[in-house]
Design a protein around this ligand. Structure first.
Ligand code: SF4
Length: 159
């Protein structure tokens, strides 16, 4: 085996609990995974991260600003496969809760939306870019993540 799976992990607007699950899984699987995975962009692991020529990008959270949208598009451009992680990334909820606010509540939070340069509507990952696979759960299911990861290793002929 010459090639390792170039992996990126990214978080947008959310509570980042799937990142915590991923960190816990790294405690158990790091030795085995480091033989077949190049952790190219994983901020919980290292300071210097690159978004370039990734095999797979795992993305949690919803897209709440133009800045997030641009970053997600950059990730998509640099990833052969993109996997949405968890309910916020897949369905928007609960991160997109403000989309359901009535007019009065929207008025109340208007100043915050402006202050933090947020978009009018929070969007799912799929509303912005093409998604190739999904890991359900809130936070993500460990078993579903392992299934997608193992499937991806096979797709990229890394065993
Ligand atoms: S899907 Fe659930 S665990 Fe994941 S970021 Fe959203 S609220 Fe948090």
């Amino acid at each position: 085996m010459t090639h390792k799976l170039a992996l990126g992990w990214f978080s947008f607007s959310c509570c980042e609990d799937s990142s915590i699950i991923f960190t816990e899984m790294l405690n158990d699987h790091f030795d085995e995974w480091s033989k077949v995975i190049d952790f190219q962009h994983v901020r919980i692991l290292k300071k210097n991260n690159k978004i370039h020529n990734l095999d797979v990008a795992f993305v949690e959270g919803a897209i709440a600003s133009e800045h997030d949208e641009m970053k997600l598009k950059e990730i998509r451009k640099n990833s052969k496969k993109l996997v949405a992680i968890g309910s916020c990334a897949i369905n928007g909820m609960p991160a997109a809760q403000r989309n359901t606010f009535d007019e009065g509540k929207m008025k109340e939070i208007e100043f915050l939306i402006e202050k933090f340069h947020q978009a009018k509507k929070v969007r799912t990952i799929e509303e912005v870019v093409k998604v190739d696979d999904r890991v359900m759960g809130c936070p993500m299911s460990e078993t579903a993540f392992l299934d997608v990861l193992n499937k991806t290793l096979k797709e990229f002929k890394i065993t």
